[in-house]
Design a protein around this ligand. Structure first.
Ligand code: XLS
Ligand code: NI
Ligand code: NI
Length: 438
């Protein structure tokens, strides 16, 4: 079989000064950064749904993407054709990982039994491509939001039969991910939220969602899946209010349902900004709370209040999140999944390559900037310096619980404690980052 990506030449490394438009500027998978391969820091993945399933249709117009498998009448034949093209694309690009939803790689049948059978048949096909290409699965997930049965949520649906259906679907998707050697399993709360409080019982839906996640964790252990279970926070869209709003909310949810230590987060850049946070805030908080799992890398549009899922292109911006990832020692079993789509007018096969190549270069540049910031040391020293008092005996005694409110009062009144304000130095540090980002 031939694919639309066959005509696309391999992408050489041309460097930042390279003249040729067709080439990587910064992405060099084998380049060592702090003793680790660039590719091992970043573990970039292609999102099957955006790149091979999205049609370009929007609420105002028809499909635009030039993908021959959309024109193949037999759905299983189309799925095989799509898989062939997807792996040809990823091999051309040199991305080591991919991510998928169950319904991305195989069609949905009339019954779950039928859907499962088609998924199983496609797993054989995909496993073959993975073996041949060496491309690995970063994570799998179940689509619990497209079918109308899930319009009022999956686990949080008022109808327990929908909960059961979702559970059955996730069981199969988790086993499929396990079978393909997936390194994580993601749960994005597609429609776990509400459109109006007028018909919604928050207490019940929270209990249902907690129960659901506990069942997933239980099954993971039962089948011996060693990957990490990840929740992907998002504050809104498609529902007016999504329950997994942001990292802090997910932390509270996990604590409430005794799932800390079992589940981490998959942080999406555009979801962070939708929640009113910076992306680096969400990454830093997840690291601080021991929840940092993986990243969906993309960008939103500062003028638009929705999930535009554009490819990342601002390395300086991204370097701040990358710095947090490096401080945390990397993402472990996680990676950077391009949860991003080309615009509707970018319908050509080549546009998909430009999008990903630019994304890889942006990730690579951000990594190099973050490494430069760490090697320079001034930012870390400034930060550590601000807290130096907490490392001194007086500070440590407070945190160790060795001092009561009364003892602290005595220390201030009798010991003549008289703290003076010190500059936070923000502008100096901002200048430093800008300088190192050049
Ligand atoms: C949608 C989400 C979705 C998840 C996977 O906003 O980002 O694509 O990453 O279900
Ligand atoms: Ni995502
Ligand atoms: Ni998203």
């Amino acid at each position: 079989m031939s694919t639309i990506f066959d005509a696309i030449p391999p992408i050489p490394f041309v460097g930042e000064e390279g003249e040729a438009e067709w080439g990587f500027r910064a992405w060099q998978p084998d380049r060592m950064v702090e003793g680790r391969r660039m590719a091992d820091w970043l573990r970039p993945a292609v999102a099957y749904w955006h790149s091979f399933c999205a049609t370009g249709a929007d609420p105002f117009g028809a499909e635009t993407m030039d993908r021959p498998w959309f024109r193949t009448a037999d759905p299983m034949q189309a799925a095989r054709q799509k898989a062939e093209a997807a792996f040809a694309f990823m091999e051309r690009l040199g991305t080591p990982f991919f991510c998928f939803h169950d319904r991305d790689i195989a069609p949905e049948g009339a019954t779950l039994r039928e859907s499962n059978a088609m998924l199983d048949a496609m797993l054989d096909v995909v496993a073959g491509h993975m073996r041949r290409s060496g491309i690995r699965l970063l994570w799998g997930t179940a689509n619990l939001f497209s079918h109308p049965r899930y319009m009022a949520g999956a686990a949080t649906n008022p109808d327990p039969d929908v909960f059961a259906h979702a559970a059955a679907q996730v069981k199969h998707a988790l086993e499929a991910t396990h079978r393909l050697g997936g390194e994580n399993y993601v749960l994005w709360g597609g429609r776990e939220g509400y459109d109006t409080l007028l018909n919604t019982d928050l207490a019940r839906e929270d209990a249902q969602l907690g129960r659901f996640l506990s069942l997933v964790v239980e099954h993971k252990h039962r089948i011996g899946f060693r990957g990490t279970i990840l929740i992907e926070p998002k504050p809104m869209e498609p529902t007016k209010h999504q329950y997994d709003r942001d990292v802090a909310t997910v932390y509270g949810f996990l604590a409430r349902h005794r799932l800390l230590g079992e589940v981490k987060v998959n942080i999406e850049a555009n979801h962070a900004t939708l929640a009113g946070h910076s992306f680096e805030h969400e990454v830093a908080l997840a690291a601080a709370l021991g929840l940092l799992g993986s990243v969906d890398i993309n960008r939103g549009d500062p003028q638009n209040g929705w999930d535009t899922d554009q490819f990342p292109n601002n390395a300086q911006d991204l370097s701040l999140a990358m710095l947090e990832v490096m401080r945390a020692g990397g993402l472990g079993s996680g990676g950077f999944n391009f949860d991003a789509k080309v615009r509707r007018q970018s319908f050509a096969a080549e546009d998909l390559v430009h999008a990903h190549a630019g994304g890889l270069d942006t990730l690579a540049r951000a990594l190099l900037i973050a490494a430069r910031i760490r090697a320079d040391g001034r930012l870390d020293r400034a930060r550590a310096g601000r807290y130096a008092g907490w490392d001194a005996p007086e500070g440590r005694a407070i945190l160790d619980g060795g001092m009561s409110l009364a003892a602290l009062s005595d220390r201030v009144l009798e010991g003549g404690v008289d703290p003076r304000p010190r500059s936070g130095g923000q502008e100096r540090l901002e200048n430093l980052v800008a300088q190192l980002a050049r």
